[in-house]
Design a protein around this ligand. Structure first.
Ligand code: ADP
Ligand code: MG
Length: 165
């Protein structure tokens, strides 16, 4: 059975493969939102996950495939009740220098509306971001996030307030 290092068991899993066209950025956001919607997750966390997926999928479409067609695979897994694992992969052009690509404001597409903040956004919204890429072969971005942390903080403060009464 699949488990995390901490021993949390795989509770749910989904995988979708879609053509890398911009219409499907919305599809990816909706699918991932549907996957986590009924979990204990704050509106902010839901928005953060959707934005991160959107950034990774957009990258596959605009940078990975540029002007050619190819497929993007979005995979989501839930371990236990709160450990979300997401991967976004493509068979596009790949990234020459991953460390450089992660830097804020780094972009290979300066003429467009892109501003080199896709990876920094993913890194700030998710707990962990791993990038695996081989030039000419493709890219896989893995993002991990513990859900329900915002709510735990809220519950905690409520408990403190109640305790003070
Ligand atoms: N899936 C991908 N395939 C190829 N190159 C990518 C991919 N994702 C990111 N990159 C490279 O990493 C750079 C930084 O990405 P990002 O931080 O999202 O900024 P931006 O998309 O605004 O350029 C991109 O400009 C591109 O060169
Ligand atoms: Mg980007």
């Amino acid at each position: 059975m699949k488990t995390t290092k901490a021993g949390k068991a795989l509770a749910n899993e989904m995988k979708i493969k879609f053509l890398g066209v911009s219409e499907n950025e919305r599809l990816a956001r909706i699918c991932v939102a549907g996957f986590i919607m009924d979990l204990r997750v704050s509106a902010q966390e839901l928005a953060d996950v959707k934005t991160s997926v959107s950034e990774a999928v957009t990258n596959s479409i605009v940078h990975g495939y540029k002007n050619r067609r190819g497929y993007v695979t979005l995979c989501a897994k839930l371990f236990g009740t709160d450990e979300l694992y997401i991967s976004v992969s493509d068979d596009g052009c790949g990234i020459e220098d991953v460390e450089k690509a992660r830097q804020p404001l780094f972009t290979t597409d300066p003429g467009s509306e892109r501003c080199g903040m896709g990876f920094p956004i993913m890194e700030s919204f998710m707990d962990k971001v791993k990038i695996y890429s081989r030039p000419g072969k493709g890219t896989k971005v893995i993002m991990i996030k513990k859900l329900g942390c915002d709510l735990a903080v809220k519950d905690g403060s409520a408990a403190v307030k109640r305790g003070k009464k």
